[in-house]
Design a protein around this ligand. Structure first.
Ligand code: PLP
Length: 425
């Protein structure tokens, strides 16, 4: 790799990087192909929904008749193949969007069945797996889960048996979160949807789509999910949304979620956009391409750290359904060094040194590297990991591959400098 500016990368590391990049061209071409198709999908939705520059104007106060807010909902619904959408900058995070949907859709006595083992850490207290004031458990909503097979795949037989008990909701998390398990492909989601329709058609099939948007050609709703949710500071915000979350799906379900988010009777009719409409629309427009850059970053990281002798998942040449790359260190020191290296290689806050801390909502101490334009944005290059075995870094994002690569190389160089890795001879 040529570097014009001095980044203090050793010649050995740059040689390894060049060698790794050589084999990635077919992968990158495939990523470009999907990004192009998804960009066309979004472009088509904008035209079909007649997006206009008047939609960029924001409202304040109640936000009645916010035409921009309405068109954003239409564009999301159209793109994701859903009846309706609730896209709001005042859903603070993915967890908030998921929480809104869970409380919107579940009632006392209902069962929430997770079909892919335990969901993401921040949901422990939402569900009440860990006691917390205001959890679903406090409202008498019960939780069950189906474990994965030994290979970490969906256990369709066990899912079918659990569905026979007619739970109110079947819940599926597409991305791996902080678990060491493969992410779940849209084809697999389609198979679960088929089982739900066959065994318990009244069950609401809900997908946590965080990190999955625009990675494949098809989204979970198009594969038969009833409702799905995600974060705007991940893929669909295209790095330009300054905060927010979305819920899309069947109109009647989205309405329940809207009533939970604002108030019964107010639903989707209120909510000032406060000047965020342009960011949300522009971000969504860029999202397929930005997601492509994040995917290239993930594939490159997998190939480079694989070449340095670390276990990476997915492997660089494996198919993908999310933007997350897991680098497994089996030891805290290289995990911390990796995250510190990513931070040092960022454009923003490169001088900051992250340390592990007890983040709200997480069980173990977590170290997080995020040199981002938007705080905590993980469509921008970021890496984090809980300080627990197998001491894996979860790396994701990278809005421009060319500069994300600098971040990855900086992390690799830090491991080399600290004696925690070696370039193979
Ligand atoms: C990011 C993420 C969430 C939500 O996390 P926030 O930090 O609240 O946005 C939920 N599930 C998965 C799989 C995620 O990756």
């Amino acid at each position: 790799m040529e570097t014009y500016y001095r980044f203090d990368f050793s010649p050995e590391l740059l040689a390894l990087s060049a060698k790794v990049e050589d084999k990635l061209s077919p992968r990158f071409a495939e990523i470009d192909r999907i990004a192009r198709l998804n960009s066309q999908k979004v472009h088509y939705a904008f035209r079909r929904c007649a997006v206009s520059d008047t939609h960029f104007v924001g409202t304040t106060g109640y936000g009645y008749d916010d035409r921009g807010r309405t068109v954003i909902d239409r564009v999301y619904a159209e793109t994701f193949g859903a009846e309706d959408a609730l896209v709001r900058h005042f859903m603070i995070s993915g967890t908030h969007a998921l929480t809104t949907a869970l409380f919107g859709l579940l009632r006392p006595g209902d069962v929430m069945l997770s079909v892919a083992a335990k969901p993401y850490d921040t949901l422990d207290k939402v569900i009440g797996i860990k006691p917390c004031a205001g959890s679903l458990a406090e409202f008498g909503i019960r939780y069950e889960q189906v474990e994965l097979t030994e290979q970490g795949r969906l256990d369709y037989e066990a899912i079918e048996q659990a569905l026979a008990r007619k739970p109110k909701m079947a819940y599926l998390q597409r991305s791996r979160g902080y678990a060491v398990r493969p992410s779940i492909f849209v084809d697999e989601i389609a198979e679960v949807a088929r089982l739900v329709k066959k065994v318990s058609p009244k069950t609401i099939f809900f997908v946590d789509n965080c990190y999955g948007e625009f990675v494949e050609q098809r989204e979970p709703i198009e594969a038969g999910a009833d409702v799905m949710a995600g974060s705007l500071i991940k893929n669909p915000g295209g790095s330009m949304a300054e905060c927010g979350g979305y819920i899309v799906g069947k109109a009647e379900l989205v309405e329940r979620c809207a009533n939970r988010l604002t108030s019964p009777g107010l639903g989707k009719q209120v909510g000032p956009s406060l000047g965020q409409n342009r960011n949300l629309l522009r971000g969504f427009y860029f999202a397929p391409s930005i997601t492509g850059n994040a995917l290239k970053t993930a594939v490159y990281t997998s190939a480079l750290f694989g070449a340095l002798g670390f276990d990476c998942s997915p492997a660089w040449d494996a198919p993908r359904t999310d933007i997350v790359e897991q680098v497994i260190f089996h030891d805290p020191a290289p995990l911390v060094a990796f995250c510190q290296g990513i931070q040092a290689g960022s454009a923003i806050d490169s001088f900051v040194r992250p340390e592990p801390w007890a983040m709200p909502g997480y069980t173990n101490e977590v170290i997080m590297a995020a040199g981002a334009f938007v705080q905590g944005s993980s469509i921008e290059l970021s890496a984090d990991g809980p300080l627990r075995p197998p001491f894996a870094a979860y790396m994701q994002g990278g809005i421009i591959f060319d500069t994300a690569q600098i971040g990855i190389l900086t992390a690799a160089q830090k491991l080399l400098d600290d004696g925690l890795a070696e370039v193979p001879s």
